[in-house]
Design a protein around this ligand. Structure first.
Ligand SMILES: *[C@@H]1O[C@H](CO)[C@@H](O)[C@H](O)[C@H]1NC(C)=O
Ligand SMILES: *[C@@H]1O[C@H](CO)[C@@H](O)[C@H](O)[C@H]1NC(C)=O
Ligand SMILES: *[C@@H]1O[C@H](CO)[C@@H](O)[C@H](O)[C@H]1NC(C)=O
Ligand SMILES: *[C@@H]1O[C@H](CO)[C@@H](O)[C@H](O)[C@H]1NC(C)=O
Ligand SMILES: *[C@@H]1O[C@H](CO)[C@@H](O)[C@H](O)[C@H]1NC(C)=O
Ligand SMILES: *[C@@H]1O[C@H](CO)[C@@H](O)[C@H](O)[C@H]1NC(C)=O
Ligand SMILES: *[C@@H]1O[C@H](CO)[C@@H](O)[C@H](O)[C@H]1NC(C)=O
Length: 487
């Protein structure tokens, strides 16, 4: 979006008050907090800009990459930022099948960068145990992790980084069960035993992925206060223990499950914890800020949980850095709006990602496509517009139109315009992507209303190339005309 567009400002504390606060209470140590950085975007910001314009200026100490993006790794080289890289689910089967494949994965994605990138963990799979994945990945994940570990040993990198396997709370927690009653799901019992032995043998922690918003949506009897670390008059009672927040209850459900499986001492890393800002009711920047601030402050207290007093997660990765318009919407459309920053690197709210009490720094000088939008042509007969609307939404991203979303208030046909524009931007503003059986219209007037932004896409190198070639073509035609004129 153009930099002159108004955005909700983060809440500012007057300077003097801030100084006073600083003098009294030292800012919480954020060293164990990191941020997830994913790549499911149609028009991602250049990795160099993300590192130089967001991560470094905001003193982010560690990132977890969803995959071994070579651009991101090259941009992180020499920065000292600790890096966890993910192995996508689709690679689990081939990596489990062959030690050679694992060796070349490590060679291509790790060894090449190991002298300049500070690797910390390799996260194998992306919640391979989710119920909705069935047996697609579960049978391969442990063997894939073992093969990667072996390849690291051979590459003499095993002492520098550890292999972990991200697991969602679904593997052990049933929100209608109390933490002390939790145990690993019977259908993952065998795989989980193998996994725990593997982790234990390499002194690796258990990486758990928390999805508080999903839990909140599916547990109508748990209040928002419980998820936002607010004082509760009726905390959840579990024997002698009381739980007044979702994070502690989830960590203890895991601790109880680990103990029952015979690994009571295993360390825990939180691989994901965040709150979305769009695409659903209660997905707003203000609530997301409460969650993030509550979480970071809670971790900084280092008080531990009822089952593990004084023991806190080794590391916690906030979810996430940027919005990603291509993320799977299997859990809900809000999945695409988890960014602390918008897709174009502007902070939506305050969160401490390493910079302490200072407000977040935004990415300057984002290179957008021209200020052009595609809207529905109100002068046309719109009786058949709904099929164009559906096709635009099935290719574009219409999650902001969902109930509770930032554009859910748009009346028809404003919501059709939103869909048309999204499709048009995703197709780099190519003229034929605003056709829609003649119902589309390109405009230079920003159609955004209130909080509902009609985005402009970021210029990617492919789009730049298209514009350059068009410009060159025009130049050639012009040159040819001048040539004819002279002759
Ligand atoms: C990592 O290495 C494998 C094997 O060499 C390769 O196929 C893959 O594209 C690389 N990159 C990522 C992001 O996994
Ligand atoms: C959660 O527990 C309830 C009651 O024990 C049970 O009916 C339900 O199937 C469980 N859900 C899962 C995902 O295990
Ligand atoms: C929520 O409801 C379930 C099922 O109705 C119940 O088993 C559970 O104890 C309740 N949880 C809380 C925290 O009240
Ligand atoms: C444990 O690790 C050692 C070396 O790191 C390896 O030789 C051994 O096979 C591993 N055992 C299991 C059960 O994974
Ligand atoms: C698997 O089931 C057995 C028998 O019920 C149990 O002893 C063991 O702890 C379970 N393992 C895991 C990882 O849950
Ligand atoms: C709408 O679609 C119907 C059926 O395909 C068609 O008969 C009709 O002419 C269309 N109307 C317009 C205005 O395009
Ligand atoms: C578009 O807006 C109209 C009028 O408010 C509404 O009936 C329709 O369901 C909306 N469509 C979508 C997909 O949001």
């Amino acid at each position: 979006m153009p930099p002159n567009r108004p955005r909700p400002l983060p809440p500012f504390i007057p300077g003097l008050l801030l100084l006073l606060l600083l003098a009294v209470a030292p800012p919480p140590a954020a060293s164990a907090v990191g941020v997830n950085w994913g790549f499911a975007s149609s028009h991602p910001l250049p990795a160099v800009q993300v590192v130089q314009g967001l991560l470094l200026p905001n003193s982010v100490p560690r990132v977890r990459l969803s995959a071994a993006s070579s651009d991101a790794l090259a941009a992180l080289a020499g920065t000292g930022i600790a890096v966890t890289i993910g192995v996508p689910d689709a690679l689990l089967r081939p990596l489990a099948a062959s030690t050679k494949a694992a060796a070349s994965w490590v060679h291509d994605n790790v060894t090449r960068y190991a002298s300049s990138v500070r690797f910390e963990y390799i996260a194998v799979g992306d919640e391979a145990f989710l119920l909705r994945h069935g047996q697609n990945f579960q049978p391969f994940v442990v063997r894939a992790a073992e093969n990667i570990q072996q390849a690291l040993v051979h590459a003499k990198l095993a002492s520098k980084m550890k292999v972990v396997v991200p697991c969602s709370t679904e593997t052990f927690q049933n929100a209608s069960t109390l933490p002390s009653k939790a145990s690993f799901r019977p259908d993952v019992n065998k795989t989980m035993s193998d996994l725990l032995s593997f982790l234990s043998n390499s002194s690796s922690p258990f990486m758990v992925e928390l999805d508080p918003f999903f839990s909140f949506q599916h547990n109508k009897n748990l209040s928002l206060d419980y998820y936002l670390f607010q004082l509760m008059s009726h905390p959840v009672k579990d024997g002698q223990n009381k739980y007044d927040n979702y994070v502690d209850a989830s960590l203890d459900a895991l601790a109880a499950s680990l103990t029952k499986a015979g690994f009571s001492d295993m360390d825990i890393i939180v691989g994901r914890a965040g709150w979305p800002t769009d695409g659903a009711v209660n997905a707003t920047p203000a609530i997301a800020q409460s969650f993030m601030t509550g979480l970071v402050n809670h971790l900084a207290k280092k008080s531990g949980t009822p089952l593990r007093p004084k023991v806190h997660p080794v590391e916690t990765y906030l979810f996430s850095l940027l919005d990603e318009d291509q993320r799977s919407t299997a859990s809900g459309g809000y999945e695409r709006h988890h960014g602390i920053f918008t897709f174009d690197g502007q902070a939506k709210y305050y969160a401490n990602i390493g910079q302490g009490p200072k407000s977040l720094k935004n990415i300057p000088d984002v290179n957008f496509l021209p200020s052009k939008w595609c809207v529905v042509d109100n002068n046309k007969d719109l009786s058949n517009v709904s099929s164009s609307f559906s096709s635009a939404c099935s290719n574009g991203d219409c999650t902001s139109l969902l109930p509770g979303g930032s554009c859910s208030g748009l009346a028809w046909p404003g919501n059709v315009s939103y869909a048309f524009n999204n499709y048009y931007q995703q197709h780099d503003q190519s003229e034929d992507s605003c056709n829609f059986n003649g119902l589309g219209l390109i405009t230079t007037v920003d159609p955004s209303v209130d909080n509902c932004l009609f985005p402009l896409a970021i210029r990617t190198s492919a789009a730049t190339y298209l514009h350059l070639t068009l410009a060159m073509l025009r130049l050639l035609v012009l040159g040819f005309a001048v040539f004819l004129f002279i002759v």
